[in-house]
Design a binder for this molecule. Structure first.
Ligand code: MN
Ligand code: MN
Length: 501
């Protein structure tokens, strides 16, 4: 009985197909035409299918995977804004970029970089036209949600040593417990010496972490709502449990301090002038049996930062000056000296114009107003596990390329930078000309929530700005997921923008 069913299932379609063939061939040419029609239909279907994987040649697939190897290495090594700046500068120097502040004169074709307090960086390729005609700007952010260590942090409770923390950016706190965590950052001592810290990334490094209650005793906890299950003040990082011999009070804490003194030459007071960030420990990895996706920490927004950086590296000097802005503090509102609200970029444009021998305040204003910008940040990818939060026609999907959000915001587009249709049209044309796959999206259904990025800040200069980026799953979770083909298309899209605009 079972065998028979299996036979019927596998054989029937073949028999049916033969029957159709015979029927068609009885009318002579009809059969051939039917064959041609199916081939044309297949080609059309392939053309209309928005999944980029189907369009790639073998060489392109290889290129997609190669680009993503570089990307995985970048996000594995760079887990703080400072680490990102150091690596971007290292790669920029290798590409022939010079520190803007180290040169007196700038001529067309010169490649320059400038850093802001070690936490933001801007790259330029000087154009042959006067700067006042405007720039082509790529922008992204290099800070990511995480858990920061407080200024007064180290304490002992019940013979365990802990670091007290304050989370940074929007996180679901319950996602950050029971994970291997690493500590990245700097201590700056009173004499100005900077001590760089990275604990938890090397194979034989210890990791730290935040505990959760055992399920056996969680009857009360399980009744709480998700926002209260793990509370902000309870995100305490366990860093030790061996008491220092002969120490009477807080001996475990004393032992941790002894280790910090031995390994980093810092004392407890140095936490006051430190920036230590607790992040998921470990490298980015391929995700999926087909290795089509990247699993890694901090892809919001290093995925757009890395691809924007590659695009300017691949760009040729042109008439208009090209710029790539990688900023800090986006996840907390872009404020502060290293965030997009700072005058840093505006000042740089003045410095650059001065070095191009053409400075005036009016021309700086014109340079900014005449610029065009892709403000890149990750977009929410459609998640088949949670389909209810999206409206399917206006949603970003994995494998469909670079995403454009004409507007973000919340409720009635509140707080959005609604890009001009004219600008979107010019971008569309540039992308199509360069065969870049792109899609458009909204951040979720109307009234479901919302978000924003740095676009509106740059729009204040009266420049044309649109939100674009890469779709991501698990956004703001310790481990985020992206599609390799979208990463590749983003890079290609940014290249096309710099080439055509
Ligand atoms: Mn972001
Ligand atoms: Mn974010």
């Amino acid at each position: 009985m079972i065998r028979f069913l299996a036979f019927e299932k596998t054989k029937m379609p073949d028999l049916q197909k033969n029957y159709v063939k015979i029927a068609a061939s009885s009318s002579g040419m009809g059969y051939l035409m039917a064959e041609k029609k199916t081939a044309a239909k297949k080609a059309e279907k392939k053309e209309n299918n928005k999944n980029t994987w189907l369009k790639y040649t073998e060489t392109e697939v290889k290129e997609v995977f190669e680009v993503c190897e570089g990307y995985k290495a970048f996000i594995s090594d760079c887990k703080t804004e400072r680490e990102c700046v150091d690596e971007v500068v290292r790669q920029a120097k290798a590409e022939g970029y010079k520190d803007l502040f180290s040169v007196k004169k700038v001529k067309a074709g010169d490649k320059l970089y400038a850093t802001n307090m070690g936490k933001a960086v801007v790259l330029f390729i000087a154009g042959s036209s006067p700067l006042e005609t405007g720039m082509k700007i790529l922008g992204a952010h290099i800070d990511s949600p995480r858990i920061d260590i407080k200024q007064v942090a180290l304490y002992e409770d019940t013979e365990m040593a802990y670091l007290d923390t304050h989370y940074y950016g929007g996180i679901k706190k319950y996602q950050w417990v029971t994970l291997p965590l690493a500590i990245h950052g700097v201590f700056v001592k009173k004499d100005g010496t900077k001590v760089t810290v990275s604990i938890g990334e090397k194979e034989d490094d210890p990791v730290v972490g935040i505990s959760d209650l055992l399920v056996h005793l969680s009857a009360d906890q399980m009744e709480k709502k998700a926002s209260k299950v793990i509370e902000g003040e309870d995100l305490n990082v366990n860093v030790g449990s061996i008491p220092l011999a002969d120490e009477e009070k807080d001996a475990v804490k004393a032992n941790v301090l002894k280790i910090l003194k031995e390994q980093y030459d810092v004392v407890e007071e140095d936490f006051v002038s430190a920036e230590l960030e607790v992040v998921p420990a470990g490298k980015a990895r391929d995700y999926g049996l087909d290795r089509s996706m990247v699993y890694g920490y901090g892809q919001d927004d290093r995925v757009c930062a890395y691809t924007s950086m590659l695009a300017i590296f691949h760009a040729k000097a042109a008439e208009r000056t090209a710029a790539c802005i990688l900023v800090d503090k986006e996840e907390v509102g872009s404020i502060g000296a290293t965030g997009m609200h700072s005058r840093f970029f505006e000042n740089l444009v003045a410095e650059l114009m001065d070095r191009m021998g053409d400075y005036s305040e009016l021309k700086v204003r014109r340079a900014l107003a005449n610029s065009v910008m892709l403000s890149s940040d990750v977009s929410a990818a459609f998640d088949p596990n949670y389909p209810s939060v999206n409206e399917r026609k206006n949603t970003a999907y994995f494998g469909r390329g670079l995403v454009f959000n004409k507007y973000t915001g919340s409720r009635g587009k509140g707080g959005c930078n609604d890009a001009n249709a004219e600008f979107m049209a010019a971008i569309r044309a540039a992308l199509e000309k360069n065969k870049v796959a792109f899609q458009t999206s909204e951040l979720g259904k109307v009234d479901q929530g919302g978000g924003g990025t740095i676009a509106y800040i740059m729009a204040q200069y009266n420049m044309q700005v649109i939100d674009s980026g890469v779709p991501v799953l698990n956004m703001h979770a310790p481990w985020e997921i992206t599609s390799k083909s979208d990463i590749y298309e983003a890079m290609k899209g940014y290249e096309a923008f710099l080439k055509e605009m």
